[in-house]
Write a protein that binds this ligand. Structure first.
Ligand SMILES: [Zn+2]
Ligand SMILES: [Zn+2]
Ligand SMILES: [Zn+2]
Length: 275
């Protein structure tokens, strides 16, 4: 009986962690034996528990008195690994960075965690931005426009795209790093989403299949990575859930991004910082 049912992750493997890792917070440290094929989720404990363990030269009857063990699912275990792993460069180390914001032209201090692209990869600057489909007096959508682009939706010669967010969990932090990118939608889903938005409701489908339709210079070829647009409350852009794969973006989505890499992305994309 190595499986449990988790409210967030469904049926998943059993794993054990110290009670501190289950509590609210981030960056408590994540100590464990090296994972192996036979045991991909070895017992894990926080840095405070590690001090006790080290003082007793290991987990002994004595040191385990301090340890309160919790059973979690492997999905929650992975989430805790990302939250509590202490990277060499932490998000707090980025607190003093100064950068010039491209939207408000002001200088900001701290990590910049949002980068977005305002058109799908396939959009050409020679296209006329046009107008989003409108609502006809009959209540039907006027779908006569075959090409348009606005802040949230785009159609290019009959192919449909929605803008959304890929949240990358940051190692050792509770925050996410966010790529604002575009994903394809089939016509039925695209219409359902537009109709719901016009009526300030939510579409019936909560997750829509999508192909990634943005290209970021930080990654190798990423067009057509498989994902799902997870529909949010009206007025909020969908978030994209990437299918697990060996692609670096899919790995960062599931395994987390290091603050060091966030810093590299900032330096690459933002105007030079004064010393
Ligand atoms: Zn602990
Ligand atoms: Zn879980
Ligand atoms: Zn700004």
């Amino acid at each position: 009986m190595s499986k449990i049912i988790c409210a967030s992750h469904g049926e998943a493997d059993k794993a054990y962690v110290c009670s501190h890792l289950v509590a609210e917070g981030a960056g408590f440290g994540f100590n464990r034996k090296k994972p192996s094929r036979r045991n991909p989720f070895p017992d894990a404990w926080c840095d405070n528990c590690e001090i006790v363990r080290a003082a007793h030269q290991g987990w002994t009857e004595e040191s385990e008195k301090f340890l309160e063990i919790k059973l979690v699912c492997s999905g929650c275990y992975e989430r805790m690994r990302i939250l509590h792993t202490r990277p060499t460069v932490t998000l707090d180390d980025l607190a003093m960075l100064r950068w010039k914001c491209s939207s408000c032209e002001e200088w900001h201090t701290g990590p910049c965690l949002d980068f977005s692209h305002d058109a799908p990869h396939y959009w050409k600057t020679t296209y006329d931005r046009g107008f989003r489909w409108g609502m006809l007096p009959s209540g039907n959508l006027d779908t006569s426009a075959s090409t348009f682009l606005d802040e949230d939706y785009c159609t290019i010669e009959g192919d449909h795209f929605v803008r959304g967010i890929i949240h990358l969990p940051i190692l050792g932090a509770a925050e996410t790093f966010r790529w604002g990118v575009w994903g394809s939608l089939n016509r039925a889903n695209f219409e359902a989403l537009l109709r719901a938005e016009e009526q300030h409701t939510s579409p019936e489908v909560g997750e829509m299949f999508s192909w990634l339709s943005s290209s970021l210079p930080e990654y190798p070829d990423m067009l057509n990575l498989k994902m799902w647009a997870v529909i949010q409350e009206p007025g909020t852009r969908p978030s994209f859930r990437l299918e697990p794969s060996d692609h670096p973006l899919a790995r960062e989505f599931h395994e987390g991004i290091t603050p060091e890499r966030v810093k590299k992305i900032m330096f690459r994309r933002l105007p030079a910082q004064p010393a």
